[in-house]
Design a protein around this ligand. Sequence first.
Ligand SMILES: N[C@@H](CCC(=O)N[C@@H](CS)C(=O)NCC(=O)O)C(=O)O
Length: 306
Amino acid sequence: MAELILHHYEGSPFAHKIRAILGFKGLAWRSVGIPMIMPKPDLMPLSGGYRRTPVLQAGADIYHDTQLIAAELERRHPAPTLYPNGGEGMAHALTFWADGALFGTVTGAAFAHIADRMPPAFFADRAAMRGQEPAPPEKIMAAAPRLVAELNRTLHLVEGWLGDGRPFLLGDAAGLVDFSIFHPFWMLNRAGRKNAALLEPFSNIRGWLDRIAAFGTGSPTELDAQEALDIARSADPADPGESAPDDAGPALGQTVSVLAADKVPEAVVGEVVAVRRNEVVVRRADDRVGSVHNHFPRSGYIVRPA
Ligand SMILES: N[C@@H](CCC(=O)N[C@@H](CS)C(=O)NCC(=O)O)C(=O)O
């Protein structure tokens, strides 16, 4: 089976969700460091323009979005399961809350404390990603009291959730719900003393964060970006599997663009080679990697004829 290659950077919370899942499942993986901001010249041939972090590669198959990356890791390595107690639906529903509202609340408060210490290029890059003008650090920081109050409400909610002494959010076994809710707090904890201090009053959360951290991040070994491209080039994409087309989805063989619904301008264009309830696979070619299959979730993505 092709090696798992994660394209990521150390400080990325979404990448840490996947690193923690790799640890939970006890997997060996190859680690390719990518820049935190654009340009990402060694990622683009694989991703077809998708710029977000992380990206998972297995040979000539490229998986986008932690929603689909987690599902793919579960498919390849089902034990231990990310969906204990049959909680797959609950895990994905809570992941939408965690990746959206919770992540926004935590990053809002965290950046309000450290905006003056962040490189201006970071805010310029993220604003450009959303087609906006960067906000000045003073403006970001002025919102701190409101954003911290909002975060505190969320922290009380999770603290109470763990209040009956359960080790993990859905009971005795850890699962996707834990990793999805963990990664924003992991980021908060390492974003300076003022941010880490926000977690101090919440002992249930701190104990739970320690239990998740104890899973580690598996066994990574570094891989040069060019080698990752060579691996894709010398591999054939795997059989994309059975399709289950539906009226709302694209047809097999159609050339489509796949765009994140939150309007990050990164449409990936390719020919549909598989479509299922929550996955679309497109084939594209690039001089540096040959033919590859890019896998996207359908939830949160707009797939249109190109
Ligand atoms: N829905 C995406 C969100 C990923 C995301 O927003 N990642 C951040 C880094 S933590 C990102 O891509 N930032 C811009 C970049 O790295 O270029 C996922 O689950 O993978």
